[in-house]
Design a protein around this ligand. Structure first.
Ligand SMILES: [Zn+2]
Length: 397
């Protein structure tokens, strides 16, 4: 779970607490990417402070972690002390050539990877040719963190999701073999799945195809654990995992039938619940939520640019600010809240606001004061969203 403004740690953890009371262990991992820190103007240490405060306030007894989300060699340093979970983003290194001797040695060692998923010696060579350098880059980042923090003091995730081409299950197996060769104790891996994982809205693609692919990916992970000695709790990580309601049943079924776990990243969702909570509070809270929309509308090109590959907004379906300014609390909340059965729900408005947190960041203290003033309705929405729309559907279905 992510929290742009570090105000909702307790409300988020409350959702895990409800799951725990139902006998389901959902381990909270607070994540915030370098991109978010830059846009908000915050420091990674603030995520640690928020997480620890929430854990102590709710007397949370299970583990909790702080994720340095999507870091690389140039951005990792300020995350090293406050984080104990690192998402090594090597998507940009995909396709770069690894040293020929390393590639030859890999193929020598692994041959056709036992022929799993129809792999042959040639296809193993082709896949390794595309991904080996990226795996070596992950090892370089991992070494940097390990040399500062010490061996075994953090969880390693490798992400390859922010790229154009999805990774198929046979590719995933080869990548995992390479990660094992490099000695990376990877516990979660974020491939790019087929279909679109846009920010804050449902999956776009064929859920049946996703289900087949997801099950094959789980099989690849299990094979890699058994054959290459990767950590036994290695699991898939689903990025931009919030709001993907049409594939949650497939994920739930896969976990139930295989006993596998999953890491679900839901980072941007909480900020939208803050806006809903402000709107529902009415009065000044609603006025501020309307002001955020008007500003986001006016600066939509600038706000959307860093997220262009993960949003699909039809500008013609965005209501003009004058319309939104005339809305009452319920109008605003039902346009924004992700309830697909509600005719007033507007996914275009939702996506624009999803990337519009820079507007609130610029408001600074004025925004934070209003969120605190409306704490009751904000917290209620944050907890309800994480528990009922996410945790319950994925982990308790
Ligand atoms: Zn990601």
């Amino acid at each position: 779970m992510g929290d742009r403004f570090a105000q909702q740690g307790k409300a988020q953890l409350a959702a895990c607490d409800i799951a725990a009371q139902q006998g389901v262990e959902v381990i909270p991992v607070w994540n915030k990417s370098n991109r978010e820190h830059l846009i908000v103007g915050s420091e990674p240490s603030s995520v640690r402070a928020e997480a620890d405060a929430a854990v102590s306030a709710l007397q949370w007894k299970l583990a909790h972690h702080v994720d340095a989300d999507h870091i690389n060699l140039t951005t990792v340093d300020r995350f090293i002390a406050p984080s104990d979970f690192f998402t090594l983003d090597v998507a940009d290194a995909i396709g770069k050539p690894a040293p020929q001797a390393d590639l030859d040695a890999f193929v020598q060692r692994h041959g056709d990877c036992g022929g799993a998923f129809g792999l042959t010696k040639d296809s193993v060579r082709a896949i390794a040719g595309k991904y080996l350098f990226a795996v070596q880059e992950a090892r370089r980042i991992h070494r940097r963190i390990e040399s500062e923090r010490g061996v075994g003091t953090f969880i390693t995730e490798v992400s390859m999701d922010e790229t154009d081409e999805p990774q198929t299950p046979d590719q995933l197996l080869v990548i995992l073999a390479a990660l094992a060769d490099e000695g990376l104790p990877v516990q979660t891996i974020a491939p790019k799945f087929t279909g679109r994982f846009n920010k804050g809205v449902d999956y776009v693609g064929d859920p049946c195809q996703f289900e087949r692919e997801f099950n094959d990916d789980i099989a690849a992970v299990a094979l890699a654990v058994e054959r290459y000695g990767l950590p036994a709790n290695l699991k898939l990580s689903v990025h931009s995992g919030s709001d993907k309601f049409s594939i949650y049943p497939a994920i739930a079924r896969a976990m139930k039938s295989t006993g596998a776990g999953v890491h679900l990243k839901t980072a941007g969702t909480t900020w939208l619940e803050e806006l809903i909570g402000l709107a529902e509070a009415g009065g000044d809270g609603l006025a501020l939520a309307q002001e955020v929309y008007a500003e986001a509308y006016a600066h939509s090109a600038e706000l959307c640019a860093p997220y262009a590959s993960v949003i699909d907004i039809d500008a013609g379906k965005l209501p003009p600010p004058a319309v939104v300014n005339a809305w009452n609390a319920q109008d605003y909340a039902s346009a924004l809240r992700h309830d697909q059965s509600c005719p007033a729900f507007n996914p275009h408005l939702r996506q624009l606001l999803h990337v519009g947190y820079k507007v609130a960041a610029k408001m600074g203290q004025r925004y934070l004061d209003m969120v605190r003033e409306c704490e009751e309705s904000v917290a209620r929405n944050v907890t309800e969203n994480l528990y009922a729309r996410h945790i319950q559907r994925v982990f308790l279905a």
